[in-house]
Design a protein around this ligand. Structure first.
Ligand SMILES: Cc1cc2nc3c(=O)[nH]c(=O)nc-3n(C[C@H](O)[C@H](O)[C@H](O)COP(=O)(O)OP(=O)(O)OC[C@H]3O[C@@H](n4cnc5c(N)ncnc54)[C@H](O)[C@@H]3O)c2cc1C
Length: 375
């Protein structure tokens, strides 16, 4: 017997946005999050930047979902009263030989439909950001910052209003095909728990998405994730307000990262990060203070006022990246077939996953109703 239409595993921003979209389409939905609160996974350990969309190869899911998701997220945050600041971003060429990379990013961004990208020279840069030292920059006015946990909670509230059940402290420990759907085993600790049947299962388990997919029977090495740590350092509060936009370097060649950048939070405090620290699959969020020297050297190239004693280890996050030797790995939204019919796996949802979340949710809602999204 089928008890539910759709079970969503994972209460990060992607799972919660998906629950809202799928419940909005009239399905009976439960969302299961193993932690005691929503948004305790990757969603709470990142830069909270709503990306423009100029970094990703044209036509990829990352490019399409980033641009679409940003527009949806901006409207949603406004409607729901979630913190959002379209502060804009500058990608800076510190040396003139980095300037051609700005043109490449501008052209790619325009091909990806990113709004308002403008190349500016040193004097315009000085006027906009007097404290930033660089020879030229690419300005992205549509890039911003948001309260990612607030947006996650707001999507969960919307899902609940639309009739979904959102349960925390509920770990999915078993997934087996049954009766044209899935038998889902849920553990609530202390021997509590249950088994229910669900026509569809959507796996939005973040760092553990590949493990959950294997638990359901997926055997595909191309869906394996590795975890790459990104560390952050806070900048002394006395420097708050010295920069009013996000400032990024030209992305380091040959990596799938954006380079150590200056983030702002919604209170205007400055932060540097994230770097790129490959490691084992261990949930270790400690930040090694010795990494501060590299952060200082990297950021001082374009922020000359920074002294090494201005930096303090802050926090870190783990990126769930598809384990490949390719320099670029796209998001995977997999509608499984055959023995795994009815299972949708979202794997490799690293950056810009926060920005892309409502667009990913729209794709999943379309797959559930056998409908392709029209964008
Ligand atoms: C350092 C860093 C910087 C980033 N910066 C940005 C940025 O500036 N902009 C941007 O757009 N993106 C950024 N990202 C990416 C973004 O944070 C993620 O793509 C996004 O938060 C992923 O959300 P999620 O819901 O898929 O995963 P998560 O938030 O991790 O949610 C998955 C949830 O599944 C739960 N779960 C796992 N297994 C089970 C189970 N068996 N049963 C029940 N629940 C389970 C987990 O507890 C977790 O809460 C960054 C990421 C990192 C690491």
């Amino acid at each position: 017997m089928i008890d539910l239409d759709v079970t969503i595993i994972g209460g990060g921003i992607v799972g919660c946005a998906t629950a809202a979209a799928v419940a909005g389409a009239g399905h009976k939905v439960v969302l299961l999050e193993r932690e005691p609160r929503l948004a305790m996974g990757v969603t709470s350990r990142n830069s909270e930047v709503v990306h423009g969309g100029m970094y990703y190869p044209t036509g990829t899911l990352k490019a399409r979902c980033c641009v679409r998701g940003r527009r949806m997220l901006k409207a949603f945050c406004k409607e729901s009263g979630v913190g959002y600041n379209e502060c804009g971003k500058l990608i800076v060429a510190v040396d003139p030989d980095e300037e051609s990379a700005l043109t490449t990013l501008r052209d790619r961004g325009e091909a990806n439909d990113v709004e308002g990208l403008t190349l500016i020279g040193r004097s315009e840069l000085r006027r906009l950001e007097p404290e930033v030292e660089a020879s030229a920059a690419l300005m992205s006015p549509a890039t911003g910052i948001l309260d990612g946990e607030g947006a996650t909670r707001a999507y969960a509230e919307l899902a609940t209003e639309r009739g979904a059940q959102v349960l925390t402290g509920a770990t999915v420990t078993g997934l087996e095909p049954a009766d044209g759907g899935w038998r889902v085993t849920v553990d609530r600790g202390d021997d509590e728990g249950w088994v229910h049947n669900s026509r569809r299962v959507v796996n939005c388990a973040g760092l553990h998405a590949d493990t959950v997919a294997v638990m359901a029977g997926l055997d595909d090495p191309d869906a394996t994730q590795r975890w790459v740590k990104g560390n952050y350092f806070s900048v002394a509060p006395r420097h708050a307000g010295r920069v009013s936009r996000l400032v990024y370097p030209v992305p380091p060649a040959g990596t799938d990262t954006l380079g150590v950048h200056v983030c702002l939070d919604l209170q205007g405090q400055l932060r540097l990060g994230p770097d790129f620290e490959p490691g084992d699959r261990v949930e270790d969020y400690a930040v090694d203070p010795a990494r501060g020297a590299d952060f200082h050297a990297g950021a001082r190239r374009f922020l000359p006022f920074l002294e090494s004693e201005d930096l303090e280890p802050a926090f870190s996050g783990l990126r769930p990246k598809i384990d490949t030797d390719e320099p670029f790995a796209d998001f995977q939204v997999r509608r499984e077939t055959g023995d795994l019919e009815g299972l949708i796996n979202l794997v490799g949802i690293d950056s810009p996953g926060l920005t892309s979340s409502p667009a990913l949710a729209e794709i999943v809602a379309g797959l559930i109703d056998d409908r392709e999204v029209a964008w």
